[in-house]
Design a protein around this ligand. Structure first.
Ligand code: SAH
Length: 241
């Protein structure tokens, strides 16, 4: 049995009871070192397969092999394992290796949810989620999605907004979107959700363009109706009062 588990943004209160149950039942827990660290006090007596970032395929293969012989394996990701996480790869690897243990995906609170809650209620209407990482997606495809989503009036949630190698990607993304939407569009970002040092800011798109953010940040770009009410970022659903 393989459980692919989303751990939520970082604090234990945002891990679902189902995820805790699946973790408690498992004999082996596999994940990226940083996430393993978050749940380390839940791992007593369990075999742990912790591998650094960039070794995703190897980590999944190790986890899949560990599931042979009736052991229960948990593969953990932050947020939701099926949203820029390991869920698809884990299923692909099991197929590739011919490992036919049962696979279950246990959902978690993704960064879009938890960031939106910190900021207020910016995702009450249609929204799109786009990762700015070009590790697995060509930058041209990312640009096309930013262009079309902003043209279509979606609120846009940005994951993976930056890294050392692509320090100017957020700036480029903002400039591209400002061809379609106003620089006054209300936006927000949240850093380290549910972790030490959580902070957030609400600002206009033209200001966001000049911000320095890190990879532990999730960004929300509002649409033309998004506004700030009582210090909170709000996209009205459209109800009349
Ligand atoms: N599976 C994860 C996303 C992994 S991609 C999920 O569902 O949330 C990594 C990106 O997610 C980061 O670059 C950041 O944009 C966002 N993210 C994940 N956890 C976060 C947190 N605790 N605080 C802020 N952003 C976070």
């Amino acid at each position: 049995m393989i459980n692919i588990i989303g751990l939520g943004p970082g604090d234990k209160q945002q891990i679902t009871p189902l995820a805790l149950e699946a973790l408690a039942e498992s004999d082996v827990v596999a994940g990226y070192t940083v996430y393993i660290d978050i749940i380390k006090d839940l791992l007593e007596g369990k075999e742990v397969i912790a591998t650094p970032m960039m070794q995703e395929v190897e980590r999944c293969k190790m986890a899949a092999r560990a599931a042979q012989g009736h052991r229960k394996v948990a593969m953990v990701s932050s947020g939701d394992a099926g949203i820029y996480g390991m869920a698809a790869l884990m299923i692909e690897v099991c197929e590739e290796l011919g490992i036919d243990e049962e696979i279950r995906v246990v959902p978690g609170i993704t960064a879009a949810n938890s960031a939106a809650a910190v900021l207020g209620a910016p995702l009450t209407h249609d929204f799109a989620v786009i990762s700015l990482s070009n590790l697995l997606t060509p930058w041209e495809a990312i640009e096309k999605r930013l262009d079309l989503a902003s043209k279509a009036g979606f609120v846009i949630v940005l994951y993976n907004p930056t890294s050392k190698k692509r320090a100017d990607f957020l700036q480029k993304a903002c400039d591209l979107m400002m061809k379609n939407i106003s620089g006054e569009t209300q936006c927000g970002y949240v850093r380290n959700i549910g972790r030490e040092g959580q902070d957030h800011k609400i600002l206009a798109l033209r200001e966001l363009r000049n911000e320095t953010v890190d990879m532990f940040t999730t960004i929300v770009i509002g649409n033309s109706t998004t506004k700030v009410i009582r210090g909170k970022l709000v996209t009205p659903r459209g109800y009349r009062m």
